[in-house]
Design a binder for this molecule. Structure first.
Ligand SMILES: *Cc1c(COP(=O)(O)O)cnc(C)c1O
Length: 345
């Protein structure tokens, strides 16, 4: 597969903005920096941040087991997704394939960029319909989004289906693994070398407890990463975010322990939900949330709000009629949810 042929011609031709920090970035020497029109008085934040985020990428590359040149960082993974749209999809001409019910941002970004969406619903086991997807794809289908574990259904897609799609879909395959840390399956990022059209998305917003700093990443071939990097805003990851992320990544044990606790709580909540008679169905979860089908989602949602508990009502999503999505909270929060659910009539 020739990736260059998938890239929009104007992006291929684009000459990236060269920032002051791109032209001269040797921070090691004690240089006098009079090149970027910054305020010279030192506060720790008066200088522009590293546009390449080299230190952070180095740390992340050891954690994610990839090369730094296979990493693109974004202001949340939502920015990475937007860069992918703008790199590969010609507005008003190309299309992307979505598998509802799934993460709502793909469609928002498609609409924002004036890109048509082709929707192939998951089957009733919330798995991709491989042959339907391949049949629906045409020569303008540039990206296929696979969200696994999927939001809001919480399950992972079967590896065989994903592999078949990676091999047969003639465009970019984005595997959004925002919830991978809560799953026992290995990340598809370990197979980047096999699939030149693969982009894997991770984020620090979920398991790493850093939704507030906005840091997401794409992992792909150096070829794809380099073109995405060339169109990103030069200073898209601010100094505070780079520093906070580096600090957090120093102590991974804390993150690992929290993930384990959330996984244990997931088992406890799933099992306790069995004893609530208006819960009609509990779906298995590889994520830090649980999808349940209840008797009347709108009614139960309102009752929970009255008891000061906010969950997500997914009843309007395809295949999710009367479904609520519960995020796994702290043990106390989960106990409160279960107690309140038991008290509802
Ligand atoms: C939460 C979530 C993200 C994360 O988005 P950020 O912009 O990194 O916070 C990405 N994909 C899916 C499917 C999500 O649910």
């Amino acid at each position: 597969m020739n990736i260059q042929n998938l890239i929009r011609p104007n992006i291929l031709k684009l000459k990236p903005y060269a920032s002051a920090r791109d032209e001269f970035k040797d921070f090691e020497k004690s240089m006098t920096f009079l090149d970027a029109n910054e305020n010279p008085f030192e506060t720790g934040l008066n200088r522009y941040p590293d546009p390449q985020q080299s230190a952070l990428k180095l740390r992340l590359s050891t954690i994610k087991n990839c090369n730094p040149n296979q990493l693109l960082l974004g202001n949340g993974s939502d920015e990475v997704l937007d860069l992918i749209f703008r790199t590969f999809c010609e507005p008003g001409k190309d299309n992307v394939i979505l598998l509802p019910p799934t993460y709502g941002m793909y469609e928002v970004l498609a609409n924002l960029n004036n890109i048509e969406t082709i929707k192939i619903q998951l089957n009733t086991d919330f798995q991709p319909n491989v042959s339907d997807i391949l049949k629906a794809a045409n020569s303008n289908s540039k990206i296929l989004f696979l969200c696994s574990p999927n939001n809001p259904t919480a399950n992972s897609f079967e590896a065989e289906s994903m592999e078949a799609l990676l091999q047969k879909f003639k465009g970019i395959v984005v595997i959004d693994e925002a919830y991978t840390d809560f799953s026992d399956s290995e990340s598809w990022s370990s197979r980047l070398a096999e699939f030149p059209n693969l982009i894997v998305i991770h984020t620090l917003s979920k398991a790493y407890g850093l939704a507030g700093i906005r840091l997401g990443m794409g992992m792909a071939s150096p070829e794809i990463v380099s073109v995405l990097s060339s169109i990103k805003p030069p200073y898209n990851i601010n100094q505070l975010t780079q520093q906070t992320a580096l600090n957090k990544l120093e102590n991974l044990e804390l993150v690992t322990n929290q993930i384990q606790l959330i996984k244990n709580e997931r088992i406890r909540v799933l099992s306790a939900l069995q004893n609530i008679d208006f819960v009609k169905k509990r779906y298995p979860s590889d994520a830090n949330f649980i999808l349940v089908q209840v008797d009347d989602a709108n009614k139960r949602y309102k009752q929970l709000i009255e008891k000061e508990i906010v969950v997500r009502n997914r009843t309007k999503e395809p295949l999710c009629e009367n479904c609520l999505r519960f995020t796994i909270g702290t043990p106390d929060e989960n106990t409160k949810l279960l107690t309140v659910l038991k008290s509802l009539i």
